[in-house]
Each structure stands twice: as structure tokens, then as C-alpha cells.
Design a binder for this molecule. Structure first.
Ligand SMILES: NC(=O)C1=CN([C@@H]2O[C@H](COP(=O)(O)OP(=O)(O)OC[C@H]3O[C@@H](n4cnc5c(N)ncnc54)[C@H](OP(=O)(O)O)[C@@H]3O)[C@@H](O)[C@H]2O)C=CC1
Ligand SMILES: CCCCCCCCCCCCCCCC(=O)[C@@H](N)CO
Length: 273
């Protein structure tokens, strides 16, 4: 059941920096072919060079594609098409592109809510939507979403950020129920504060309360967080919520399977009629 990373095609959005870059390195070390997706081309090339230092064979490729994952679905779809033409169907998609802005609710610009929702939420919907059909057809695939501890608990200063990260959880759990019969698995990571360029940026404007809350826990290394994310994606296990909800999810899954079989039957009936 675990996904074999050697020779696999892994697409990492936000792969040019921080957690995403470390996820790409981790997969590359295990023999995967990588597509990095982010906006800034210089950062992409810089990350590509860094990742290539960790190659384990001489066939491995790191492809870079510049696109904003949150703007236009057809652009994102094109990027995935290009990546699949060069490196074959996507075996694993890791949605790491994202950003954080904090501030008190009344101090945050209304546009910040729109911005975070489009980058963090829609920026995960679009790439996932672009790879899902092929994954279902091949009966192979992993989709990883990166939420946050602030996606499990609403925290002071994070009215815009937390909600965009809660949205990811809803998306992931609903999608998992749809694609499980096709052997496609969806995982969600909820990382704590992690030492990345994005985190340094966020700290420039954090309210005092948010900073004090955040300082109650320690800051993780991105390599560590990335390792865990990749491990959880390869061997899918059950989280606390899923264990509690096991009964419900199990019975809902069987409804989904039943419908799938019904639909297949009536398709055969239609064809033979
Ligand atoms: N660091 C932390 O403390 C934590 C981070 N997270 C989450 O992990 C993810 C990665 O965070 P982190 O590594 O810190 O972030 P970084 O800012 O270090 O890296 C973000 C990456 O995403 C890319 N990106 C950002 N916006 C877009 C966009 N619109 N389109 C395409 N690419 C984009 C950036 O490249 P470019 O700007 O060139 O597009 C960059 O490669 C985020 O979703 C974040 O919310 C979760 C918990 C804790
Ligand atoms: C159910 C269990 C939940 C446990 C929660 C404990 C919370 C303690 C403080 C959390 C600090 C904020 C993390 C946000 C990280 C983040 O996403 C930003 N740094 C992004 O840049």
C-alpha cells in the first residue's frame, strides 16, 4: 500500500522555499522526480540547484514552473499538463504554497481575508483539481495539504489565516471520502511554528498576543516537519479525529462504494442495451 517514491513524479507547490523546499529535498533523496511550482523564477532556480545536490541517481530531474497557484485555474491546469508531459503522471502532489498575515480582526484589511483565502485555500484547490482525474483513472495518487496548528485552533491575530487553514481541512476530508475507492489518499499536515523565510516574514507584523501565544511552543526545523509530512503521505495512518469519526466515516465510505458499484453496473447495462 505505501507509495513507492523511487521514480515517482512529485509536484510540490511552494517548493522554492521553507517547508516545501524541504519536502522536495526529502522526496528527491528517496529517488523521486520533482516539479517545483512557485512564482519567483530566481528562487525556483536557486532551490533547484540546492535540491539537485541530493540526487541518488543520474536520471533524476527537478523541473521548475513559475505560476501563481491562486489566480487562474486554467493556468494551473496548463502547468500540471506541462509537468505531466515532461515527467509523466503525477503520483504525489504536495500543496505547500501558502502565506500568513496576522493582526487584530479590525486592523486587518478586508483584502487580506480575500488574499489568504485565495492563496491558502484556492491555491490548494486548483492544483488538486488539476491532478485528481488522472490519479483516479490510474488508481494511484497522494494529495498532501498543509494546514497549520492554527488550522485546528483559532488563535488571536489569525482570524484571516486560521479560517483559510480550517477550510483546507474541510476540503481534504471531503475529498478523501470521494477518492478512497480509487486508491487515492489525502493527508493533511498541521505543522507548528517552523523556522522558514515565511515565518520570519510573518514575525515582522505579529501582534504581541500572537507572539506570546506562539512562544509557548518551540519553533521546529523545516527539515523535521518535511520528513514527517512525507512519511505520513507515503504510509497513510489514522489521526485522532479519524479514529473518533471512524464509525461514521466507515459507514459513509460504504455508501460511496455502493454508489460506485451501482453506477458501474448501470453503465454496463447502458452499453449492452
Ligand atoms: N512556517 C511556519 O511556521 C508554518 C507554515 N505553515 C504553512 O506551510 C506552508 C509553507 O510555509 P513556509 O515554508 O513557512 O513558507 P515560505 O514563505 O518560506 O514559502 C512559501 C512558498 O510558497 C510559494 N508561494 C507563495 N504564494 C504563492 C502563490 N500565490 N503561488 C505560487 N506559489 C506561492 C513561495 O514562492 P513565491 O513567493 O516565489 O511564489 C514559496 O515557495 C504555508 O502554507 C504555511 O501556511 C503551517 C504551519 C507553520
Ligand atoms: C488540537 C491540538 C492543537 C494544538 C495547538 C497548540 C497551539 C499552540 C500555539 C500555536 C502557535 C501558532 C502556530 C501557527 C503556525 C503557522 O501556521 C504560522 N507560523 C505560519 O507562518
Amino acid at each position: 500500500k505505501p507509495l513507492a517514491l523511487p521514480g515517482a513524479h512529485v509536484v510540490v507547490t511552494g517548493g522554492s522555499s521553507g517547508i516545501g523546499k524541504c519536502v522536495a529535498i526529502e522526496c528527491y533523496k528517496q529517488g523521486a522526480f520533482i516539479t517545483l511550482v512557485a512564482r519567483n523564477e530566481d528562487k525556483l532556480l536557486q532551490a533547484k540547484k540546492e535540491i539537485e545536490k541530493h540526487s541518488v541517481n543520474d536520471k533524476q530531474v527537478v523541473l521548475c514552473i513559475s505560476v501563481d497557484v491562486s489566480q487562474d485555474y486554467s493556468q494551473v491546469e496548463n502547468v500540471i499538463k506541462q509537468a505531466q508531459e515532461k515527467l509523466g503522471p503525477v503520483d504525489m502532489l504536495v500543496n505547500c504554497a501558502g502565506m500568513s498575515l496576522s493582526g487584530k480582526f479590525e486592523d486587518l484589511e478586508v483584502s487580506t481575508f480575500e488574499r489568504l483565502m485565495s492563496v491558502n485555500y484556492l491555491g490548494s484547490v486548483y492544483p488538486s483539481r488539476a491532478v485528481i482525474s488522472t490519479m483516479k483513472e490510474r488508481r494511484v495518487g497522494r494529495i498532501v495539504f498543509v494546514s497549520s496548528q492554527a488550522g485546528q485552533l483559532g488563535l488571536f491575530g489569525f482570524t484571516a489565516y486560521s479560517s483559510s487553514k480550517f477550510a483546507i481541512r474541510g476540503l481534504a476530508e471531503a475529498l478523501q471520502m470521494e477518492v478512497k475507492p480509487y486508491n487515492v489518499y489525502v493527508t493533511v499536515a498541521y505543522p507548528p511554528d517552523t523556522d522558514t523565510p515565511g515565518f520570519a516574514e510573518e514575525n515582522k507584523t505579529k501582534p504581541l498576543e500572537t507572539r506570546l501565544i506562539s512562544e509557548t511552543t518551540s519553533v521546529c526545523k523545516p527539515e523535521q516537519v518535511a520528513k514527517q509530512i512525507v512519511k505520513d503521505a507515503i504510509v497513510v495512518t489514522m489521526g485522532l479525529f479519524r479514529t473518533i469519526a471512524l464509525f461514521y466515516i466507515g459507514s459513509f465510505d460504504s455508501i460511496v462504494r455502493r454508489c460506485m458499484m451501482q453506477r458501474a453496473k448501470s453503465e454496463i447495462a447502458d452499453k449492452t442495451a
